[in-house]
Write a protein that binds this ligand. Structure first.
Ligand code: ADP
Length: 346
């Protein structure tokens, strides 16, 4: 290991935090040892009696025997030596144990912060990557058009329509990003919300897309209230239904049901679509994640933000969202939300 590598190792946040902890531990241990040593040394010194008490009646001229004083002072000095050695040993022990403990504590405290910072920088680089694609398309189209000596009205219209389409993509991407940031930062306030009302509103929003693909939505949600926030929950259901429509064949059916499970209501949204591969399943709630099949199919718009938004909203409502899926068979999304106290019957 060369000096630069050593420097880098000692300059990590973990090492610096561990060193600070260790410094505090050692300052306390050494400070305590000094006070303890001083007090004990004083006590040992006080064990040596004054000359008047050392005089024996048979002593000449009432003078103490110097051998007795020497002996007592030697004993006191020995006591101080033993005390010093023990305190040094204790402090070495504190240094070793404290070093290990400080390192462990620093790692434990910094891990979530490091993970958050890593996620943040990944988010920024993913977002800029996604933003670049439509921007590059607009730039290229404009440059190619500008190089043309003459431009017909039809060509100009084509360029404008292409650029408008890309601008719309940019807008939907920035809306998605804003939405996600808002969910993660502000949070949602939970109150009793009627599940059938949420379903009706969500289905009304996605109905035109479903009708266009000849997909029917079979909704059988019982009269039940959950602890949630109305509009964000509608948004979640719309995201999942939209995907179910987007990734399903023409003429298929989407089934929506709900059942009670302990203190929770489980909402099931089941489609007969493409399904999600086992490799993609663990990642689909991550920001910007799109399964290969979705990415390669240019007709299916999206930036892989929908499910990340849905996940953030449901987490804010203290609920859970999960999915099981089989390629070619379809996907089954389950949202679990706490039942509201003012409960209608299931
Ligand atoms: P997108 O905008 O790409 O749909 P989402 O976050 O909503 O982004 O979904 C992430 C990915 O999960 C999609 O790209 C798609 O591959 C997959 N996915 C989501 N829902 C379904 C579904 N019902 N059927 C098949 N694949 C799905």
């Amino acid at each position: 290991m060369n000096t630069t590598e050593l420097k880098r190792l000692f300059n990590t946040p973990t090492t610096r935090l561990a060193a600070t902890y260790l410094l505090i531990i050692m300052a306390m241990s050494i400070g305590f040892s000094i006070v303890f040593y001083k007090t004990s040394a004083q006590q040992l010194h006080r064990q040596v009696p004054p000359d008047a008490l050392l005089v024996r009646p048979q002593d000449d001229q009432h003078k103490p025997d110097p051998a007795i004083r020497q002996f007592l002072e030697l004993r006191a000095e020995e006591g101080r030596d033993v005390l010093r050695m023990r305190l040094i040993a204790i402090n070495i022990g504190a240094l070793l144990l404290g070093g290990g403990l400080s390192w462990w504590l620093a790692r434990r405290n910094l891990r979530p912060i490091e993970a958050a910072m890593e996620a943040q920088s990944r988010f920024v680089s993913d977002a800029s990557h996604e933003l670049r694609t439509p921007l590059t398309a607009i730039q290229t189209m404009n440059e190619v058009t500008l190089r043309k000596p003459r431009l017909s009205l039809a060509e100009a219209k084509e360029v404008i329509s292409h650029n408008t389409e890309e601008a719309l993509k940019l807008k939907s991407l920035s809306d998605g990003l804003l939405n996600l940031a808002r969910q993660e930062e502000i949070g949602v306030s939970a109150r009793p919300v009627s599940l059938p009302d949420v379903m009706t509103e969500a289905i009304n929003q996605v109905l035109p897309n479903a009708v266009a693909k000849g997909i029917s939505i079979d909704e059988q949600v019982p009269k039940v209230s959950v602890l949630a926030s109305h509009f964000p929950l509608v948004q979640v259901v719309v995201i999942i239904l939209d995907n179910a429509i987007k990734y399903s064949r023409k003429g298929s059916t989407i089934v929506v049901t709900a059942e009670r499970h302990g203190r929770y209501i489980r909402l099931h949204i089941i489609d007969q679509g493409d399904g999600i591969s086992e490799a993609d399943l663990p990642h689909i709630f991550e920001r910007f994640y799109r399964a290969d099949s979705a990415r390669s199919n240019s007709q299916r718009d999206g930036y892989g933000l929908g499910l990340a938004i849905a996940h953030a909203i449901i987490r804010q409502m203290h609920g859970t969202i999960g999915v099981t899926s089989k390629i070619g068979k379809g996907s089954h999304f389950v949202i679990a939300l706490p039942i509201a106290k003012t409960q209608d019957s299931l």
